[in-house]
Design a protein around this ligand. Structure first.
Ligand code: CDP
Length: 231
């Protein structure tokens, strides 16, 4: 069967990462969490006190950053920043509170998109994010756009944060999600939007298994039906 690129975009906490990870496992594809890359950059910028409004300083800092993924013993891909596992650290609220601002910076986007394209060049990839179907892989064979009601998203995120021992009240989470939705959708560079050829899935009332099944079904249809590219 032909290997394809699956792009999963959408708002925070709609189940993108969980769906993408499981779809990749079922299809034996590589999973790339593009949001984790922006989160790792944010962690570095915060720790090094990089002035976000100074493009020179940003560019210099970007040259010092190496973001990579390593698959752990459970088969789950974890993000490393300059050789250090930062998977836990990047999920904390202090990163969520700053990541969307960092993600508006042109230099940051150029560097991340270049790396993401390199990671996907051999196909057989599921990548989730905000601009995967529109900017990173506009040629992706399958594009999914996930949405869900705000309250459902907030409770899902709260549960996820608790798993990382981060107890955050629901109002703070809603505020953060709304703020990020707004920055992500209104930024000048690669704003979050549904690609014209993306398939929308509202995850408010469906389970993770149902989401995964639906995406796998759509992917298999593409893998079987898609004609091979001309040599
Ligand atoms: O996990 P969650 O859905 O909350 O977010 P994420 O996928 O980890 O992404 C964190 C932030 O990174 C988003 O709110 C965006 O500001 C930014 N991002 C982006 O700009 N482009 C992407 N392809 C992925 C994430």
């Amino acid at each position: 069967m032909r290997k394809i690129i699956i792009a999963i975009d959408g708002y925070s906490a709609c189940g993108k990462s969980t769906t993408a990870l499981e779809v990749a496992r079922v299809l034996n594809y590589r999973y790339i969490d593009s949001g984790a890359m922006y989160r790792a950059v944010t962690l570095y910028f915060l720790d090094k006190h990089v002035a976000l409004t100074n493009p020179r300083e940003v560019s210099r800092a970007l040259q010092e950053i190496k973001v990579s993924f390593v698959v752990n013993s459970k088969g789950i891909s974890e993000v490393f920043l300059n050789g250090i596992n930062v998977e836990k650290e990047i999920r904390k609220m202090r990163i969520s509170e700053n990541v969307s601002q960092v993600s508006t910076i042109r230099e940051v986007r150029l560097a991340m998109v270049e790396q993401q394209r390199r990671m996907g060049k051999d196909c057989g990839v599921v990548m989730d994010g905000r601009d995967i179907g529109t900017v990173v892989f506009p040629q992706a064979e399958l594009k999914i756009f996930l949405t869900a009601d705000m309250l459902v998203r907030a409770f899902r995120r709260q549960k996820e944060l608790l798993q990382h021992d981060d107890l955050v009240d629901i109002d703070t989470i809603i505020e953060n999600l709304q703020q990020r939705d707004s920055i992500d959708s209104n930024r000048a560079e690669s704003p979050l939007r549904k690609a014209d050829d993306a398939i929308g899935i509202d995850t408010t009332h469906i389970t993770i298994d149902e989401q995964v099944d639906e995406v796998v079904r759509l992917a298999l249809a593409k893998m079987i039906l898609q004609p091979k590219p001309k040599a």
